[in-house]
Structures are given as C-alpha cells and as structure tokens.
Ligand binder design. Structure first.
Ligand code: F6P
Length: 336
C-alpha cells in the first residue's frame, strides 16, 4: 500500500511524534510506502508532496511543530489558495494521480470535519485527533493537551510568588478556543483561586467576594485563571476584561498575563509522546485492516477508533459534573 499523511489546523506538540508513529509502523511493520503531504489539505490541491523514508523519521519524537507544515485550508469552503475550481474533485483527482491508497489526516475539529466529508465522497481516510484544546468529541484526550497544561501550570506557579510579593490579583489567560479544558486542568494543578471557563457563566460580584474573603482570611493575593473563550464585553481579551472588572469590584491592584502561543510550542511531554506513538501506530493498523472513515481515540487507557461521521461537527466541552470541578468547589475554588 502507498499512503499519504498530512497535518492540518493549528500546530501542537506531539504532531511529529505522531507522524513518526504512523510512518515507522507503516514502513517497518507493514512494508507500506509513505508520502508526506505539505501544508495540510493545501498540499492535496497543489500536489506538494515528498516521499518519507525511515531515515527522514529520525529526531522527531521530541520535536515541536510539524515537519510537514500546516495550513487552515478548508477544501469544502470556497475561499483558500485556489478559487474557481471544484476543490474536493481536484483532491480526488490528485489522490488518484499520486497513487495514494489512503490519507492519514492529523488535525483538530476542522480537520475532522473535512476528513469526514472526504470519506463520505468514498475516499479512504483515517484521522488522528490533534489539539491542545482537548475539545474533540470521541476521545478522552488528544495529544498536545498535556503539554499545554504543563506549560500553563508552570506559568501559574511562577505567578504565585510575584502575586504574593505585591499582594496583587493575577489574572492569567490560557488558550482552549470554546472549551475550558486547559483552564480547568492548569488552574487546578496550579492552585488557582478562581477558574473561569466558557462552559460556566460567571458573576463578577461572586468572584470579587471570593477574593475579598481570602483577604479577610489573611490571604492578600489571588490567582485567577481564565479561558480565552469566556464571555467578555466583546472588545477586550478575556484577561484584560476580567482584570479590570476585578480591580473595580475589589479595589485590589490587579494585573493580567496572556500566555498565548507558548502553550503550543516546543517539545511534547512524555505522556503526549507516548499517546502520539500509540495513536499513530493504531492509525496504520486501521489502514492495514482496510478500516477507513475512522478517527483514532483514547478511551480510558485503551486506544481505539470511532466513525468519523460520529465525530464531525461535535465539540467535547467541560461539564459541571467533572471531577475537578466538583472537587474544586468542595475546596472553595470559585468557578464563577
Ligand atoms: O486550537 C488551538 C488553538 O491554539 C486555540 O487554543 C486558539 O484559539 C487557536 O488555536 C489559535 O489559532 P491561530 O493559530 O489561528 O491563531
């Protein structure tokens, strides 16, 4: 078999480890040929591809970013690099021309949607969930999330000492798109006093009361972790908006930090490396068994897969029943 592999959407730690997992299994175990497709679905439109050999897979396990490059090209939408052509039809033609028996698509929610549509067209597709946001339906965790949480937790740890020295409120904004997974996991691991996520509406008065109550109990500083996707006035970033509101409400000097792309860069954690390796290997196994139209998943500690048609268009959001929220509330953490 000859398979193609692409990475699409925002990059995240663990993509290269996943490419390595897919390709080493394909080449060494199944004797397949592998072709790397550049810049996501864009490369399927322009036929920008290169052969991948065992040699080209060295040094990838701990390397951040993606050696294949990525783009946010959505071939089922009109805009993008090529206009005026039927992009899905062009992709089908190019896949035939390149002699590819299957395409492995590594990406987030947008990629899963495109993968599902290509699969509906009858093309052989296997996908792997990739995002720091951890919001892909059907998998308990996606690689990249653990690394982002670990970077964000380290940042929160560092804010404690400066917050304490100046007796300030420190607001830190983390990524997550429309989901609060990174804020919840890093906020809890970093000892946040207030954690705001898009899934739970907040009341600035109760946030202020939490902070003033801490002051009364001899804790003159507070750490507030906010997800980028929370509701604001629509003009300011989440951290800036919440910091201003808190200062107004409590009269305590408040500062904000936006962590940004640091959460997505650099080397994956050991957990993410192993998840990438396992998911990559399973994707190749699906191909070898002619099981197409599926996304690889992690459920509990088991690597499995689910039909792409069930994943596409859904978001996995935090629920109030999540253990970390239940336990956090019992310990006096304010979730809004
Ligand atoms: O989906 C990953 C993510 O980093 C989100 O957390 C963030 O909202 C978004 O991508 C940023 O996208 P871009 O790379 O297009 O700025």
């Amino acid at each position: 078999m000859r398979i193609g592999i692409l990475t699409s959407g925002g990059d995240c730690p663990g993509i290269n480890a996943t490419i390595r997992g897919v390709c080493k299994t394909a080449i060494n175990h199944y004797g397949m040929e592998v072709v790397g497709i550049h810049s996501g679905f864009q490369g399927l439109l322009t036929k920008e591809v290169e052969p991948i050999t065992d040699k080209s897979l060295s040094g990838l396990l701990n390397l951040g970013g993606t050696i294949l490059g990525t783009s946010r090209e959505k071939p089922f939408k009109k805009n993008g690099i090529i206009s005026g052509v039927n992009k899905p039809a062009l992709i089908e033609e190019n896949i035939k021309e390149l002699g590819l028996d299957c395409i492995v698509c590594i990406g987030g929610n947008g990629t899963q949607k495109t993968a599902a549509k290509l699969s509906e067209m009858g093309l052989n597709i296997v996908s792997i969930p990739k995002t720091i946001d951890n919001d892909i339906w059907g998998t308990d965790f996606s690689f990249g999330f653990d690394t982002a949480v670990s970077i964000a937790t380290d940042a929160i740890d560092r804010l404690h000492s400066t917050a304490s020295s100046h007796k300030r409120v420190m607001v830190i904004e983390v990524m997550g798109h429309k989901a609060g997974w990174i804020a919840l996991y890093s906020g809890m691991a970093g000892g946040g006093d207030v954690i705001l996520i898009p899934e739970i509406p907040y009341n600035i008065r109760s946030i202020g009361n939490t902070i003033l109550d801490r002051l009364k109990r001899g804790k003159p500083y507070s750490i507030v972790v906010v997800a980028e996707g929370i509701k604001t006035d629509g003009r300011k970033r989440a951290a800036e908006y919440i910091a201003q509101e808190i200062e107004y409400e409590t009269g305590i000097e408040t500062r904000e930090t936006v962590l940004g792309y640091i959460q997505r860069g650099g080397s994956p954690t050991p957990f993410d490396r192993n998840l990438s390796t396992r998911m990559g290997g399973h994707a190749t196994e699906l191909i070898a068994n002619n099981q197409f139209g599926r996304m690889v998943t992690l459920q509990g500690d088991a690597i499995s897969s689910t039909p792409l048609s069930e994943v596409a268009g859904k978001l996995k959001l935090v629920t109030e029943e999540h253990d970390l929220i239940v336990q956090g509330r019992r310990m006096g953490i304010c979730f809004g």
